[in-house]
Design a protein around this ligand. Structure first.
Ligand code: FES
Ligand SMILES: [Fe+2]
Length: 439
């Protein structure tokens, strides 16, 4: 059980808050590259409670600056895209992509006032379909060499979705390996060969058993959690009646991402990015170790479930997430359809905008959730004391760039050999990969 004060520290994201100060020390997904694929690439971005505008200038370079004009606050999302920056339509003040005011056409001739005017501005970098922003103090850290960044663009597909809840409860569903046996339970199995691009629809490891059957029949995973240089590694063992075990390796990448297997071919690296205290986006990079990703199909599958421009899910609390009691009897555990994102969305949104962690009862399966909260509280304390040395991936550049993978895989084999099963399965997959994936 946590105190209200601890819950506030863990969940609040504005400038100067506990979690907000930690999150600001890491690159944050700010937009999909897809969002800038228009004739006028200028989009509003609300990130960590700050209102910003992201744009691509006429040279193709990106800028991320404060949304409200430093003059009298008009909305720069309506700015004129000129001369490698944005010009406010109210009085014509012009800001370059770094946020520097370079012209005030209505001020007296020769005025140099603009030299002292700067819009808020943050560095941005585009990686395999996502524009990342650094909103913290000092120089941004280097990117770790995670698979989703190391893979070529052809093997990564990025997408996002809006959830109406705090970022931490969204992230915590990703480090809760037990819920998949319940929340995502299918009472009937589909043909795994028709599961492309979908979570838990492949075969379990190198067997013929559908993942859905394994999750349904073995609902009590033995969960081990290890500290790593990027965060936490979760190993979930499902010991089967026939002397074999299923091993699922998933990860928490500090502070707000997870990396999990999606199918035998693909992994998902997913950030739970705060829009503000009460809303977040999941940003996923689906990374293929096999064939190039079929982006058209992946996009089509997901666009059927989301609306533009905000990527809000079509099933949501206003339509009871499509809940159908007959379906709950016969087909799915939730009665909310076959898209597991909707199940997760219901679980985390139905807790309330910010889960009341002063009133919960954690069990053995919540071991990673507890560990992660302790890590985050310790990081908040260190940052407050000005010490970043204990924070994952905030050390020396070579150290950060040496963070690779992480291994995210499902494997199955003899129970007494489980410790070798998953590294072996991972090595085999990486060795056969078209891009240099070996660790
Ligand atoms: S408010 Fe933007 S130029 Fe005046
Ligand atoms: Fe889930």
């Amino acid at each position: 059980m946590m105190s209200q004060e601890q819950n506030d520290l863990l969940t609040r994201v504005g400038p100067g808050t506990g979690a907000g100060s930690v999150l600001r020390l890491y690159w944050q997904p700010a937009a999909l590259s897809d969002e800038l694929m228009s004739a006028r690439p200028v989009v509003p971005v609300r990130l960590l409670g700050e209102d910003l505008v992201l744009f691509r200038d006429n040279e193709g370079a990106l800028g991320l600056i404060g949304r409200h004009c430093p003059h009298r606050g008009a909305d720069l999302c309506y700015g004129r895209r000129e001369d490698n920056g944005l010009r406010c339509p109210f009085h014509g003040w012009h800001f370059d992509r770094t946020g520097q005011c370079v012209e005030q056409p209505g001020e007296p001739e020769g005025s140099r006032m603009h030299e002292n005017i700067r819009a808020v501005s943050y560095p941005v970098v585009e990686k395999n379909g996502i524009v990342f922003a650094y909103m913290g103090p000092g120089d941004p850290p280097p990117f770790p060499a995670l698979d989703c960044f190391a893979a070529p663009d052809s093997h990564v597909f990025a997408f996002k979705g809006l959830w109406e809840c705090n970022w931490l409860q969204a992230m915590e569903v990703g480090i809760d390996p037990a819920h998949a046996s319940f929340l995502h339970r299918f009472l009937q199995d589909e043909d795994p060969s028709e599961g492309y691009g979908k979570q838990f629809r492949d075969k379990a490891g190198n067997t013929e058993m559908p993942m859905t059957q394994l999750l349904r029949e073995y609902p009590r995973p033995d969960i081990r959690v290890e500290e790593t240089d990027f965060g936490l590694r979760l190993i979930s063992l499902r010991h089967m009646k026939d002397g074999r075990s299923h091993v699922r390796v998933t990860n928490q990448i500090f502070p707000e991402a997870i990396c999990i297997p999606m199918s035998n071919e693909m992994t998902i690296t997913q950030w739970h990015v705060p829009v503000d205290d009460e809303t977040c986006y999941w940003y996923s990079m689906f990374t293929s170790f096999g064939k190039p990703v079929n982006k058209t199909l992946m996009r089509e599958q997901r666009m059927k479930e989301h609306r533009l421009p905000d990527y809000a899910p079509l099933k949501n609390k206003r339509n009871n997430y499509g809940y159908n009691p007959d379906e709950q009897e016969s087909l799915t555990y939730t009665g909310m359809g076959l898209d597991i994102n909707v199940h997760d969305q219901w679980a985390v949104e139905s807790m309330g905008r910010i889960q009341d962690r002063t009133d919960e009862h954690l069990g053995r399966t919540d071991v990673a959730i507890m560990k992660n909260r302790r890590k985050l509280l310790a990081a908040i304390k260190s940052v407050k004391e000005g010490d970043l040395s204990t924070l994952p991936m905030r050390g020396d550049a070579p150290e950060v760039e040496a963070v690779r993978g992480p291994v995210s895989i499902d494997a199955m084999g003899p129970t007494d050999a489980w410790e070798d099963l998953w590294p072996q399965a991972d090595r085999t997959r990486r060795a056969a990969c078209e891009w240099p994936a070996a660790l």
